[in-house]
Design a protein around this ligand. Structure first.
Ligand code: HEM
Length: 213
């Protein structure tokens, strides 16, 4: 317990918790994207994927609880770091420096984080908490994306997720100690590749369901 308090009390401890939880989200998003890709081949494959997933029973509940605790830690510490940065810089610098260079991802990291939180609340209301069975989940997704407003909101949210991940990926590896000049440019490129895969892979789903399927 003392270990946890002193870790959370230090700046590097806070950054470490952000990095570990961020890595957890990248793992979750990868699994979630692979599952969502079955939507591209229609109702049958998606429904059999959902059935197999839900057959895992208690393991899914455990993963959901893990994800929820990671989300709470990431949001609380992220907000604390954002507030601390705001307080430390009452007068804005004209040029903000960042070890990875100033990118749209680094400049907007806390703001994209808050937008993703708002998206997540909407998303869970749309799909997780909406009444459905394994069989009716595909129909639920089709009915949500029959509304062009939701298609627009989801596509914009996926662009925001991609921007957040583009910097988060680089930043978490730097915190975890991979900040060697030899590896960082590669990690930065990998971060952009991962964010493009998430942005395009998730972002095209609402368009596909709404206009093509
Ligand atoms: C177009 C993109 C997306 C689609 C179509 C989609 C679809 C879904 C569906 C259908 C569920 C409910 C699964 C079930 O009840 O069995 C779900 C759950 C969830 N989604 Fe997404 N999702 C998308 C993008 C995202 C993104 C980008 C995030 C994170 C930033 C996310 C986070 C979650 C979470 C946390 C859950 C709850 C997981 C659980 O409790 O088991 N989703 N999603």
């Amino acid at each position: 317990m003392n270990w946890l308090i002193s870790t959370l009390g230090s700046s590097i401890g806070k950054k470490l918790m952000m990095a570990v939880t961020g890595l957890g989200f990248i793992g979750f998003l990868t699994v979630h994207l692979v599952g969502n890709l079955t939507l591209y081949s229609g109702q049958d494959l998606f429904t059999s994927y959902v059935k197999q997933l839900h057959a895992l029973g208690p393991l899914i509940t455990l993963a959901e609880l893990g994800l929820l605790s990671f989300a709470i830690i990431h949001i609380v510490i992220g907000t604390l770091l954002f507030y601390k940065n705001l307080m430390a810089r009452p007068i804005r610098y004209r040029v903000k420096k960042n070890a990875g260079g100033r990118t749209i991802g680094s400049a907007t990291q806390p703001y994209t984080g808050f937008i993703i939180l708002a998206f997540l609340i909407l998303h869970l209301l749309n799909f997780h908490f909406a009444e459905h069975t394994n069989k009716s989940l595909y129909k639920l997704i089709s009915s949500v994306f029959a509304n062009p407003l939701y298609v627009g909101v989801y596509v914009i949210a996926m662009i925001v997720v991609a921007i957040h991940v583009s910097h988060g990926f680089w930043s978490l590896f730097q915190t975890l100690g991979a900040n060697h000049p030899k590896y960082m440019p590669l990690i930065q490129k990998l971060g952009i590749a991962v964010s493009l895969v998430f942005g395009i892979g998730f972002g095209f789903v609402p368009i596909f369901i709404s206009f093509i399927a």
